[in-house]
Design a protein. Sequence first.
Length: 414
Amino acid sequence: MKAEIIAVGTEILLGQIVNTNGPFVSKRLADLGIDVYFEETVGDNEERLKQTISLAAKRSDLVVLLGGLGPTKDDLTKQTVARYLNKPLIEDAAAIQKITRFYKETRRPMTENNRLQALYIAGSHPLKNSTGFAVGIFYQNEEGPDFLLLPGPPGELKPMFTQVVQPLLQKAYFKDHHLYSRVLRFFGIGESLLVTKLADLIDHQSNPTIAPYAKTSEVTLRLTASSRNEHVAKKLLDEVEQKIQSRVGEYLYGYGDQNSLVNVVVNLLEQKKLTISAAESLTAGAFQAMLADVPGVSSVFAGGAVTYSNEAKMKLLKIPAEVLVTEGAVSAQTAKLMASAIKNQLGTQIGISFTGVAGPDELEGNAVGTVWIGLAFKDQPVEARLFHFSNARPYIRERSVLTGLDWLRHELIK
């Protein structure tokens, strides 16, 4: 099933607000097994909105319109769709009762235009707005695409979609089937390469569906199976995951919408009963801050040092001056000594270090993005690995931290 999203609002086109509703709705539709093929933004202009709706109706099975359901003159969405469908607007009794009660209780005069928020298209399903006044609309159209109209404020749209729209679409399109999803999380491989390696699986997907999402420094795959039976759905998901793992399993680090690489590493440290400390130069404490964001991390994280300057490396970690002069701060030797020093000083089983060039200028003849990560892991020989990251300074620092976490993860699952 093909869906299309139309965000309505001149303020979006002018850059005055960011459309966060589009990604939210796209993701939720994908969870249901509905693919979003197009997404547009159109201003508060009836003629342009009508043209956009007409185009969407020719190529999509479901047209989702976001915003423009309020009481002001530039809120034109439901009126324009109603005219396109040649249907009248009628008043929802429960919605108008809620609006009038609000103005009565707050002792404020209710202007007539507020009644617009209670209108919905004749023959459609009015959608209850638990956090606002504007009624949502779901119109199933025998002669063309279905229409879903949602309010613009995220605080109204998101609860409406979760509480009302999602079960309604499930019932309308999938009847007695239920959808079961599994999220696979990958690090160390870009979306383009991941999709290339899985191209035939994605191109020929049916049930389960495979939906890739690129996130900051990682990629996720959402697998969604449709079935009357949870056991059958799990078998379908297991089968497609096995095919995926056979190709890119080395990059798979975990599961779930709310998971993260740092959560996985902390859980592994807790399971292994191992403690860690860190010495950071270019990352300036970012690794330690990421660890500290995980509740309960104090059982495995002892602390660390931020040794940004050479003086700090010598004073706090006792790195010999001659190493910094001959090898350089950005070197394998320095990274090894930093990791070993912090491990010994804090008495942990693991020490990790980060030193490199985040930019904007070169350092010691090393290009921006040159990063050494050192790892002193239990009784194993201390290692240092060289990485070259591109892009802006914040990305280089974040990528360094996540790469260190991924190295740790691999060591912890051996």
